[in-house]
Design a protein around this ligand. Structure first.
Ligand code: SF4
Length: 200
């Protein structure tokens, strides 16, 4: 049986239900990322989850992670959109960076691609903000991701909600929720290169 999510002590009390909240499109890359952050942000925003991750290899892995996000979307009653899965475009974007390790020069390009697409969708569908759960990951530095988001926000004309979700227990809470809900939990970042590194 599912726990009442609002009993979580790490989550602030919601503002009055009569106050309208700004709409936020939240890029999300896996079930664990979706286990806690969308609910936390829902206190202040009208959140829609956006699953756009052409970096993930292979397709079966992409689908497993998407299914875990969908599970959380249903549990939290937060709507979810999915972008197209076109790994070829991702490979074009990171061409020449195959030899980089996770955290190296390939990753900012990968972040940029996913954030840019989120901002464009946000603009198209009238969201005031866009954001990403990416900073919840231990190897996803906010000092790298937030400036990319800010730059894209200025280019596209949608506000970026900067943050560092791994802080203040965010990483632990997301992992804990993932276990509670028996979500699929991947053991590599996502792309074929990170899978290869993990296997080695
Ligand atoms: S290691 Fe992760 S963040 Fe870096 S390029 Fe691969 S999928 Fe993207």
């Amino acid at each position: 049986m599912l726990k009442a999510l609002s009993t979580n002590p790490n989550i602030k009390k919601p503002p009055s239900q009569f106050v309208s909240k700004p709409k936020l499109l939240l890029h999300t890359c896996c079930g664990i990322c979706s286990a806690w952050i969308p609910e936390k942000l829902s206190l202040d925003f009208e959140v829609t989850i956006f699953y756009f991750n052409p970096n993930i290899h292979p397709r079966e892995e992409y689908e497993k992670r998407r299914e875990a996000v969908r599970q959380m979307s249903e549990i939290l009653k937060i709507p979810m959109l999915e972008g197209e899965y076109n790994p070829r475009v991702w490979f074009e974007k990171v061409r020449g960076f195959a030899g980089e390790r996770e955290g190296g020069a390939r990753c900012p390009l990968c972040f940029e691609m996913r954030l840019l697409r989120t901002a464009e969708e946000a603009k198209k569908f009238g969201f005031e903000y866009f954001a990403s759960t990416l900073t919840v990951g231990r190897f996803k530095p906010a000092v790298v991701i937030n400036p990319i988001g800010e730059k894209i926000a200025a280019e596209v004309g949608v506000k970026f909600l900067a943050g560092d979700f791994k802080k203040q227990g965010g990483e632990m809470e997301s992992q804990k929720r993932g276990r509670e809900f028996h979500l699929y939990h991947q053991n590599y970042c996502g792309c074929v290169y990170s899978l290869k590194d993990r296997r080695e």
